[in-house]
Design a protein around this ligand. Structure first.
Ligand code: PEP
Length: 256
């Protein structure tokens, strides 16, 4: 049985103070949902404050539990890589998850399948759980190549990743045309791709890993569409952008 997993990708939003206020607010309104895993991925500048305030809030509200992830990292340990943050640095403050290969990083910052693969390897080496983002552009979908493109990304991004490591992987299927556009994939289309991803993982790592793999859908997830997405058999969660920085929307998504 797979545990539903909802993660918020804050992108380049919310200052350090706003992060603390957001977490206090969500903690005060939080209802007990034992059967779901929740993470937020603030910018690097707020990660430590997020971890600290969550720890404080967890003492006040026993049912409150949220993990903290990063939105990116470099794959090298240290050195002359101006502007980058290493997996060891994230690990040292207690980061549990890292988003790798988000389409904005691929499109705007030159991330390739090769760099994504290196980052996935580095994350596992440091026991940080990667959320690997894959998905097609509108052009690729219209050309009828959405499935082959997405599965190819997976094959390249997971090269050299062991079966044991794949056991703690999350894959987020995020069609690029649905990110931040208000247009979400239909639950049926999203599920079809998530099923194809699960089948691909089965081919690489076998039945057990594929059946336990958490696959999120991402792309304009909001309170009004989360329920039908989560009702699909191969969708185990959501990677949420815009709606994850609004306390009431994020709570409504968690409480789908
Ligand atoms: C995302 O950034 O991963 C995302 C899915 O964004 P949005 O929910 O805003 O479409």
């Amino acid at each position: 049985m797979r545990t539903p997993f909802i993660a918020g990708n804050w992108k380049m939003n919310l200052s350090d103070n706003e992060t603390v206020e957001f977490i206090k607010d969500i903690s005060h309104k939080f209802e007990n949902r034992n059967n779901i895993e929740i993470a937020i991925c603030p910018p690097f500048t707020s990660l430590k404050s997020a971890l600290d305030i969550i720890e404080e809030e967890m003492i006040k509200n026993e049912s409150f539990k949220i993990m903290v992830g990063a939105q990116n990292m470099y794959f090298k340990e240290s050195g002359a890589y101006t502007g980058e943050v290493s997996p060891g640095m994230l690990k040292s403050i207690g980061i549990k998850y890292v988003i790798i290969g988000h389409s904005e990083r691929r499109e705007l910052f030159g991330e390739t399948d090769e760099s994504v693969n290196n980052k996935i390897k580095a994350a596992f080496k440091h026991k940080i759980k990667p959320i690997l983002c894959v998905g097609e552009s509108l052009k690729i979908r219209e050309e009828g190549n959405a499935v082959s493109h997405t599965l190819n990304q997976i094959k390249k991004d997971l090269q050299g990743i062991s079966k044991e490591e794949a056991g703690s992987l999350t894959i987020a299927y995020e069609p690029i045309w649905a990110i931040g556009t208000g247009k979400n994939a239909t639950p049926q289309d999203a599920n079809e791709m998530c099923k194809a991803i699960r089948d691909q993982i089965k081919e690489i790592y076998g039945k057990e890993i594929s059946e336990n793999l958490t696959i999120q859908y991402g792309g304009s997830v909001k309170p009004s569409n989360i329920k039908e997405l989560m009702a699909m058999p191969d969708i185990d969660g959501a990677l949420v952008g815009g709606a994850s920085i609004k306390v009431d929307d994020f709570l409504a998504i968690i409480n789908y």
